[in-house]
Design a protein around this ligand. Structure first.
Ligand SMILES: Cc1cc2nc3c(=O)[nH]c(=O)nc-3n(C[C@H](O)[C@H](O)[C@H](O)COP(=O)(O)OP(=O)(O)OC[C@H]3O[C@@H](n4cnc5c(N)ncnc54)[C@H](O)[C@@H]3O)c2cc1C
Length: 465
């Protein structure tokens, strides 16, 4: 393949003044950064089609370098894409308009503030590395996305991620207390980590979930917790999904906060827990309670009083703990011609079962679908996140089939009144539906984009803004 980058020698010289040899226009690097984990792009690549190519990749080592890179991009109107671990699943880092990829992984310093229960961490820090660092010091962040190993702090903040233990610890938005952000013209701001402040609207909220379209996050102050003193692993088999969902709803109403709750529909129960006879034909729930011993004991009592289902021991939890960071499923299916993806949405309790039924039906209605299933993985006193999985072997174009399933799912979710994303974000795959979900509030987002990034250099096209 022939490829010539489009950056002038003047721009390249200017960039290398900032980052030295941490700049590349080599084909191998441009190819590496041409996609993220968006599953359909693997099908494209197997057919020799690239999603897009950047013109250069840079690896800054500090905030000042990021500022200078962004200033160069701003002066020359060259698109710029913040890149963390590249584990996003919706095409968020795809350089669709060419330009410069800014990979932040060399920015990974960590500073612990024990008395304030805070960690000050640079945006490129790897998730697993951060958690291990905290564990050694006697703390946890409580943030465990399945992609803990391949993702970064900046990526979590930019996509508004949640982890598997979110029912107790919350999503990343509940953990971020302070932020450093480089704005689209190269100036940086520091939003300080006060425990709370009434100093106007919360400006952090503009950047959390902005997916690289409004600025580059270079540092965050995150809340941490003492490493849990006690952990209790529980699992149940319920007669149906409703019983399990209703149990968790009532547990949360009473103020108990299990760290992990995962309710698998009958299809996923069969898929994941085939070794556990008591779960056959049932709906399996795995649950982990953790924290201060007394609190956990009280929570265990509440769970015992409320759960409609038969306790089936620690086995299913152990099994889940062993397999929970497996991230290779999607890439194994593509070479076999199977189109596979997961779609997470959220809904209030009053419409939870309706959403599960409607979305499952919508996915199955698309010709070529082999199976559609779900588990509920993040819970709130007000509602729940369903994580749907589908796989299909379409007769024709895989992308056409893929888009049909996505369309059916988004439409069903909007019809029932759910949120079209719970934690993966919008990226390039979901952008056409964001406007519909937000209604005229989308205009607010667009105007913020206009005001902050008038030259539209920050990840242009992402999120549809
Ligand atoms: C198998 C698998 C499992 C997953 N499980 C989960 C899960 O449990 N929970 C969950 O929430 N997500 C999950 N994800 C999705 C993904 O890992 C998250 O979205 C993660 O937060 C992305 O982080 P990253 O560092 O890889 O970001 P990237 O993929 O590198 O970037 C994602 C987006 O953020 C922007 N961005 C990255 N860094 C910055 C920065 N410093 N400043 C501004 N913008 C930035 C990019 O431009 C892009 O738009 C999973 C993905 C896979 C492949």
């Amino acid at each position: 393949m022939k490829y010539d980058h489009k950056l002038s020698s003047k721009v390249l010289a200017h960039l290398s003044q900032v980052v030295g040899d941490r700049l590349s226009t080599k084909k191998v690097d441009l190819l590496t950064y041409s996609r993220d984990y968006w599953p359909i792009t693997l099908h494209w690549m197997l057919k020799g089609k690239l999603p897009a190519l950047p013109d250069a990749v840079v690896w800054p080592e500090n905030k000042e370098e990021v500022e200078e890179i962004v200033k160069i991009a701003h002066e020359t109107s060259i698109p710029i894409y913040a890149y963390g671990g590249g584990s996003g699943v919706l095409g968020g880092t795809i350089p669709e308009k060419g330009g410069i990829i800014v990979d932040l992984k060399r920015m990974r310093s960590i500073k612990l503030h024990e008395e304030d229960l805070l960690v000050e961490v640079e945006a490129g820090t790897n998730g697993y590395y951060l958690e291990k660092y905290l564990n050694k010091k006697g703390y946890t962040l409580g943030h465990f996305p399945q992609s803990l190993y391949p993702s970064t702090v900046g990526g979590w903040i930019a996509t508004k991620a949640t982890g598997q233990f979110s029912t107790k610890y919350g999503g990343i938005e509940d953990m971020v207390l302070g932020l450093d952000v480089v704005l689209p013209w190269g100036e940086s701001i520091e939003l300080k980590p006060h425990p709370r402040s009434a100093t106007g609207p919360d400006l952090k909220g503009i950047f959390i979930g902005s997916e690289g379209t409004l600025g580059i996050v270079t540092k965050a102050w995150l809340k941490i917790w003492p490493y849990p003193e006690k952990r209790v692993n529980l699992s149940f088999a319920s007669e149906n999904l409703n019983d399990a969902l209703d149990s968790v709803r009532r547990i949360l109403r009473r103020g108990a906060k299990p760290a992990v709750v995962r309710i698998y529909d009958t299809i996923e129960t069969k898929r994941h827990f085939y070794n556990f006879e008591k779960a056959y034909g049932k709906v399996a729930t795995v649950m982990i309670l953790e924290g201060d011993t007394r609190t956990v004991e009280a929570e265990e009592k509440i769970v015992g009083e409320e759960f409609k289902g038969t306790p089936i021991g620690e086995g299913p939890v152990d099994h889940w703990l062993k397999t929970r960071f497996n991230v290779k499923e999607a890439s194994e299916f593509a070479p076999l011609g199977v189109v596979f993806d997961t779609i997470e949405v959220s809904i209030n309790w009053s419409k939870a079962t309706q959403l599960y039924n409607e979305v499952s039906k919508a996915m199955r209605s698309v010709k070529g679908t082999l199976f559609a299933s779900a588990h509920a993985s993040h819970f709130y006193p007000q509602g729940v996140c369903f994580y749907f999985t589908f796989a299909g072997v379409p007769k024709g174009d895989p992308t056409e089939y893929y888009n049909k399933v996505w369309d059916a799912t988004m439409r069903a979710t909007l019809n029932v009144g759910g949120a079209i994303s719970h934690h993966h974000g919008i990226g390039r795959q979901r952008r056409e539906w964001l406007q519909e979900e937000l209604g005229n509030a989308f205009e607010v987002l667009r105007r913020i984009k206009d005001a902050l990034d008038e030259k539209r250099i920050m990840n242009p096209g992402n999120m549809g803004v």
